[in-house]
Design a protein around this ligand. Sequence first.
Ligand SMILES: C[S@@+](CC[C@H](N)C(=O)[O-])C[C@H]1O[C@@H](n2cnc3c(N)ncnc32)[C@H](O)[C@@H]1O
Length: 234
Amino acid sequence: MPVSLIKSKDIGHQSCQFALVFAAHVLGVNKLSEIFENMEVNKSNARKRADEIKSYRCKNLIAVLEYPMDMKNIGAVIRNVNALGVEKTYIVDPRNSLPDDWQEMRERKSLSKLSVSAIKWSFVKRFNSTEKCLAHLEMNRFVSIVTSPHVKGKDNFILHEADYTQPKLAVWFGNESRGISDLAVESSTFCVSIPMFGMIESLNLGTTSGIVLYEVTKQRREYQKKYKRANRGT
Ligand SMILES: C[S@@+](CC[C@H](N)C(=O)[O-])C[C@H]1O[C@@H](n2cnc3c(N)ncnc32)[C@H](O)[C@@H]1O
């Protein structure tokens, strides 16, 4: 409690001083400085890790969630996005279940918990509609591809048989019950399926994002590595 009081941005200078004195009184000065030292160590560990993973990040790769209903799935996707080195997540959220501002999303306890804090490290942007999200992607020259357990649109590929090395790529995932929208399918270059061998119709959204984004990021990292090597040789 005292630490979160001290960290709060909303409290003024005087209240902050009061909080520090209060915390020192309740915890004791030694305990308080131990907490600050731990915070510094955690910060520098995080900075070190951020530097280590920087070159593995897949730039210009966005995961798009279209009308996700379940916060647990949103949290799972953001966790996968962060773990696999995808640059950003876009969420089409006409129900307004998420705040507009990423900073506010980061401060939402439920999202932080469900994504095991990945939301703090991965940028998330929300859109009111599929149209608005597509317009934003097109304006920034992103190519969209969709995912579905069914054959959708003109070109369909099995996950590991498609190429994901387009300069700017957005990978769309559909709603838990309705799947991906016709508009997203029409605006995409192809549709990708994970082959399934069971009796059920589809995989869970969070699970799908992990499997699809693993293949996509693997290909993009290999491509980035080759491209870097080739450039070094010239
Ligand atoms: C639970 S599924 C939706 C099922 C829905 N009844 C449908 O027709 O697509 C949620 C999302 O996960 C993704 N998904 C699920 N299984 C998939 C699979 N086998 N291959 C590719 N994407 C899949 C798709 O993006 C889908 O829109």
